[in-house]
Design a binder for this molecule. Structure first.
Ligand code: GLN
Ligand code: ZN
Length: 737
């Protein structure tokens, strides 16, 4: 309907398209009990995706730097592939019956292998054997066995009448060794021979092809798709590298964000490509799959009338593509271009976006503002005095169970069925209950439980200027789960304190220190749709200033411990290593700007919930939080290795139990983990806490787990003190180490 010429198919999936590919080529791990006959049936498909009563799910991870997830394919040496079911063909034929010639989309063989993991053979599912994780080998060695399956898929598509097939090889926007480029050449030499009728379009997106560009254009394929939104600079090289008979698909429309395209700015880019390559060899396209944008802006009937014309969701983006194509072909729709120009102009000048006071304040940030007054070694002494904590202090990450009652009350409040005073009373009761429970269990540093928060980003976004929200702006995250990222459209400021009242109320109920709880600038940025009219670093700086004010207000109100969660720092890493340093610089600075304004005796915490620290450990240390809590229980404290070789200077709470599971973890298990930690860290460095927030858990199991956690901390305290006494008795050093 929008006038798109090449309509993709096979882009629908019951879970994710990587799992689809695994099912298509019969890459089903033995433990799922597939009989190897015909298509992988839905029960097995969903067991792989989500687990069932008998067998756990396969590993799931983020798709490049998006919040969309895929199930990680599992491979092993000598693995055999087979065509288990040609879903691409089925979908192609289904569309064809409706009179629509589609361009089937497949995940390419080389990226499919690179995205998977080699595992050691036949490890029983019940044994959580670490050899399974490390059973290495090179997945690319499986290419020869995989290609015949792709040849069959393509052969069947060609026979059915397909003209173009899009094969995604997004792994080539990443740093790759020569072996991967060789694999790509080998694969497409074979695949382009399948049928003279079939044209292959190799697609890459999310960054530039860079040092892989020559290889990709050197493939004997009919076309290459480029992400010119993320990486406009590669067009120049692409025009030089492309064969004259090759199509270049210009990914100009931002598939990762919600902004309206500046059509007048896009037009000359297309004109340049057309001049070089000829108009029949240029496609106009979104930068990547539109699954990363919400569906239809027209559904947002309540949206602010000034902001709405600045935006475009998937449907609107299709119209933009059609409008650009028409314009290049001499049928420029004046009205459409005028509307686009108007939106672009108004974004440049709107007072809703541009706040000189905020810009001025950010410009005046001094290096001192990024530094705590004293170094950690001196702060820690003051903090010990101020907080009077035992060795191995216990705490939690922030949220407590979000019960159905809490969710109902919030829904009633939002719907206007529950009035503000009533809702506030309800939340206060929740907080009081959380305090009481922590009191009974004997936790050392309390939290208020975060019952007032729907979401750790939206909660703050709703209270800051420069943010807007959608009603239906959902994007897929995993399976049928979606997220609705808020939109940062303008300069960020904080008109009023956002968390202070709740923290102060919670602190009034106990003598134990109550930890203030904030979401960090990088995480807020990462989990929102962000501005495309200024660098991300600038937006992060503005968020940091707003949070800095919040931190100082909390301190002023008597809160002595403040945590700034930054779970998204790792996922914000650029795809190419060469861009890591500059990202880490501003990301660390944003955290420091938010956190460093406090007095030395105020203890700043941060939290990150993932295990791959090796790449960023130095940057994490540079954030200079007094205490960091991290996820470690699932990897059995493996990640602490990173903290050992680097000698992490400040305090650490390595998570002692996995909050993703309802299992009540025995105290002895937590003690074992803590002893592992104590073997590599100084005892006075160690905090005792779960892996992450407890909002998805039930109270029943939470209480039992936390009792065991406190018990484990006590055991470790005792053991450490005994060790110390023993050393003293033989006249050794008095250091605890
Ligand atoms: N403070 C948050 C919570 O406990 C942290 C969540 C997170 O790291 N994702 O829920
Ligand atoms: Zn977490």
């Amino acid at each position: 309907d929008a006038g798109i010429d090449h309509i993709p198919s096979n882009d629908f999936t019951y879970y994710d398209h990587v799992l689809d590919m695994a099912a298509t080529v019969g890459a089903v791990p033995e433990r799922y009990g597939w009989n190897g006959q015909g298509e992988v049936d839905p029960d097995i498909f969903f067991a792989m995706a989500r687990g069932n009563a008998k067998v756990g799910a396969m590993e799931m991870t983020k798709w490049f730097d998006t919040n969309y997830h895929y199930i990680v394919p599992e491979f092993h040496q000598g693995m055999k592939f087979q065509l288990a079911g040609n879903k691409a063909l089925r979908h192609y034929e289904q569309a064809k019956k409706l009179g629509i010639q589609t361009r089937p989309v497949l995940l390419g063989p080389v990226s499919f292998l690179l995205l998977g993991k080699m595992k050691a053979d036949a490890v029983p599912a019940s044994k959580n054997n670490s050899a399974m994780e490390h059973g290495q080998g090179d997945a690319l060695s499986l290419l020869e066995g995989l290609l015949p399956v792709y040849e069959k898929i393509l052969g069947q598509l060609a026979d059915a009448g397909a003209e173009w097939v899009q094969i995604d090889e997004p792994c080539f926007v990443l740093d790759q060794p020569q072996a991967a480029r060789d694999a790509l050449k080998r694969a497409y030499e074979l695949l382009t021979k399948v049928s003279p009728k079939l044209k292959l379009l190799v697609a890459a997106y999310f960054d530039d092809l860079g040092d892989n560009l020559a290889t990709v254009f050197g493939l004997p394929v009919a076309g290459v798709h480029l992400d010119l939104n993320r990486a406009p600079q590669q067009l120049e090289a692409a025009l030089k590298a492309a064969r004259k008979d090759q199509v270049i698909s210009l990914g100009l429309i931002d598939g990762r964000n919600i902004w309206r395209t500046d059509l007048s700015a896009a037009l000359p880019v297309i004109a340049k490509a057309v001049a070089a390559q000829g108009s029949d060899k240029i496609f106009i396209a979104p930068s990547c799959s539109l699954l990363h944008t919400p569906v239809d802006l027209d559904s947002e009937t309540l949206m602010d009338a000034e902001l709405k014309p600045w935006l475009a969701f998937a449907r609107q983006k299709l119209s933009e593509i059609a409008a650009l194509a028409a314009a290049v072909n001499g049928h420029k729709n004046k009205a459409v271009f005028e509307a686009s120009d108007k939106a672009a102009d108004s974004r440049k000048t709107s007072a809703r976006i541009h706040n000189p006071a905020v810009q001025d304040r950010l410009a005046k940030v001094t290096p001192e503002m990024l530094r705590r007054r004293k170094p950690f070694s001196q702060r820690v002494v003051l903090q010990r005095q101020a907080l009077n904590l035992p060795l191995f202090p216990t705490t939690t990450i922030g949220s407590f169970p979000q019960t159905a009652e809490i969710r109902n009350a919030r829904a009633d409040f939002k719907a206007g069925k529950m009035k503000m005073p009533h809702y506030k009373d309800f939340l206060k009761k929740e907080i009081a209950m959380c305090v009481q429970i922590q009191e009974e269990i004997g936790i050392d540093v309390f939290v208020h439980g975060e019952a007032e928060r729907n979401d750790m980003v939206e909660y703050f976004g709703e209270q800051m200027n420069g943010y807007t929200f959608t009603k239906f702006g959902w994007v897929q995250s995993y399976g049928s789960r979606c997220v609705k990222p808020p939109i940062i459209f303008g300069d960020i400021s904080r008109p009023l304190p956002m968390t202070v009242d709740w923290s102060v109320y919670a602190q009034s109920l106990t003598k134990k220190p109550m930890k203030g709880m904030l979401t960090g600038p990088v995480t807020i940025l990462q989990w929102s749709f962000v501005r495309d009219d200024q660098p991300r670093s600038v937006t992060a700086g503005q968020l940091a200033l707003a949070l800095r004010d919040e931190v100082l207000d909390l301190e002023e109100a008597g809160i002595k411990v403040i945590q700034i969660d930054e779970p998204a720092v790792r996922e914000g890493l650029p795809l190419r290593r060469k861009n890591w340093q500059s990202y880490l610089r501003w990301a660390v600075d944003a955290f420091r700007l938010a956190s460093a304004g406090v007095r030395d005796e105020t203890q700043m915490h941060t939290h990150m919930c993932y295990a791959e620290f090796n790449d960023i450990i130095e940057a994490v240390a540079e954030m200079d939080a007094d205490v960091i809590s991290i996820e470690t229980s699932r990897s059995q404290m493996e990640l602490l290795e990173a903290f050992v070789s680097f000698k992490y200077p400040n305090e650490i709470g390595p998570g002692v139990y996995d909050i993703h599971s309802p299992r009540v973890v025995p105290q002895a298990e937590m003690e074992t983990l803590l002893r592992k930690a104590a073997a590599v860290l100084r005892p006075e460095q160690i905090w005792v806490n779960p892996d992450c927030g407890l909002k998805t858990r039930k109270w029943e199991e939470t209480k039992l787990c936390l009792k065991n956690l406190v018990g484990a901390a006590k055991t470790l305290r005792m053991e450490t003190t005994e060790r110390l006494e023993a050393r003293k008795a033989v006249g050794g050093s008095s250091s605890i180490h």
